[in-house]
Write a protein that binds this ligand. Structure first.
Ligand SMILES: [Zn+2]
Length: 463
């Protein structure tokens, strides 16, 4: 069963095959690190993490090179650094650490490389130099501009005519530009701003060239997959493509597949009320398990716009409660891996995560029934469930940890004692004592769930 991915350039799903199966290459544009990141910034993080996991499952973990950059040269960073009176790397190091901690809490594997513009400056300047030398770019008034007339396919990715792109993109009309669509590769820094030496004077790179240079440095051109949010198609990716093709001689190829995720829609009034002003992943993670946020971010197909609602977080947590419950009851079952890629079928179809979650639930129900009946296919069902869950990046904890993760050892021992005492009271039909103990547990923020194999418990969420 081939992997099919929707390619923005072709506007259709295509069979994916890497140029080199021993080194599959993927690059995803990341955030500017000057503050905690909005939860919407983490939709591409978890979407492309699922693709990273899927590619690792298909080609082998050591055969996938995945670079996800962060932008650490930006006016907003400069403003924040000036406000605090510190160098820019104090700001970018702080918020990069926070971003990586949030991504890890959402179950994202670390990419194989996380390039930063400040550490790619030589490659950026070298690439601009090549573009100037082959007449794809020109220097003017301390700036270097890409000459959009030099690339006949300009507009191919976004499929917009040049005049429409100029009108739609609020491009700066500047006297030193030959055409209004020409975009900045290098610009002078103001004396108060950070700058780097270059053949065109001290300055800083434009945003688009950073990514092309980082791709060339980390992965080599062309790459198999280039990803990012749908808002990056134009101008960012259109410009990356133009300069990337013109800077190198690789037969017009820059990225073999372009993939873009839809927006997370925060505008719904009902949602705004229920979640209040909580839009930063860092804040959401105080109230919700990262795994539930991850599930909710993957609940809609990645190309569709997704509404962000508290209801989806509740549903995600309920689904995880159910499936962790199944896995807890199937604890004694030894999972047998069928090494059958069929179980990944929903994901092989352009990362169809809604279908994959439905399949996960179906497997969970069948496994639960098989465990109840002591049926021999429980082992294979558990193997399939575990394999699909691992590719989705969910259900990776011990069920006990999921349900009781918020409690320290002393508290756990106390709760275990109260739950056992309550069980005993119920067996003795001492309902008053059982209720009293439940009240005591409730005061500890513990929810008791009575099941056929005795009571289990969990720490209730804060939300
Ligand atoms: Zn980029």
């Amino acid at each position: 069963m081939p992997l099919k991915l929707y390619d923005t350039m072709a506007r259709e799903k295509r069979d994916f095959a890497p140029a080199d199966p021993d080194r599959v290459t993927m690059y995803v544009c990341g955030p500017t690190v000057y503050n905690y990141s909005h939860v919407g910034n983490f939709r591409p993080v978890v979407v492309f993490d699922v693709l990273f996991r899927l590619l690792r499952a298909l080609y082998g973990a050591e055969h996938v090179a995945y670079a996800a950059n962060v932008t650490d040269v930006d006016d907003k960073i400069n403003a924040k650094a000036a406000e605090e009176g510190v160098p820019i790397d104090v700001i970018t190091d702080r918020y990069l650490a926070a971003y990586n901690a949030d991504a890890a809490a959402l179950g994202a594997l670390p990419p194989t490389a996380q390039p930063r513009a400040t550490r790619t400056m030589d490659a950026i300047i070298a690439m601009i130099g090549r573009l100037v030398r082959n007449n794809s770019a020109y220097a003017a008034e301390g700036h270097v501009l890409f000459d959009t007339q030099a690339f006949t396919d300009y507009g191919a990715l976004s499929r917009r005519p040049l005049d429409e792109m100029i009108a739609g993109a609020r491009v700066d009309v500047a006297p030193y530009k030959r055409s209004p669509a020409d975009f900045v590769l290098w610009k002078p820094s103001k004396p108060s701003e950070p700058g780097w030496e270059s053949p065109w004077g001290p300055g800083r790179p434009g945003w688009h060239i950073e990514c092309s240079a980082m791709i060339e440095q980390e992965l080599g051109l062309p790459i198999d997959i280039h990803g990012g949010g749908i808002d990056l198609v134009f101008p960012h990716h259109e410009n990356e493509l133009a300069q990337g093709v013109c800077a190198d001689h690789h037969h017009g190829e820059y990225a073999r597949f372009w993939m873009h995720n839809g927006f997370l829609n925060m505008g719904d009034e009902k949602m705004s009320k229920s979640l209040g002003n909580v839009t930063l992943a860092h804040d959401l993670l105080q109230a919700w398990p990262g795994e539930a946020i991850r599930w909710a971010l993957l609940a809609a197909h990645y190309r569709q716009p997704a509404a962000w609602t508290e209801d989806q977080l509740v549903q995600a947590r309920n689904s995880l409660d159910h499936l962790y419950g199944v896995l807890g009851r199937a604890k004694a079952v030894e999972a047998v891996t069928t090494s059958d890629e069929d179980v990944l079928a929903p994901l092989l179809d352009d990362l169809n995560t809604p279908a994959a979650f439905a399949e996960l639930k179906r497997l969970g129900n069948e496994l639960d029934a098989a465990v109840r009946k002591g049926a021999p296919d429980a082992a294979a069902l558990k193997g399939d469930l575990v394999a699909l869950a691992a590719t989705l990046g969910v259900l990776q904890q011990d069920p006990q940890v999921w349900f009781q993760g918020g409690a320290d050892e002393g508290l756990k021992a106390k709760i275990d004692g109260l739950v056992a005492a309550r069980d005993a009271a119920r067996r003795n039909k001492d309902w008053a004592e059982a209720d009293r103990l439940r009240g005591e547990l409730s005061a500890l923020n513990v929810e008791v769930m009575d099941g056929p194999a005795g009571a289990t418990w969990r720490i209730k969420e804060q939300a």
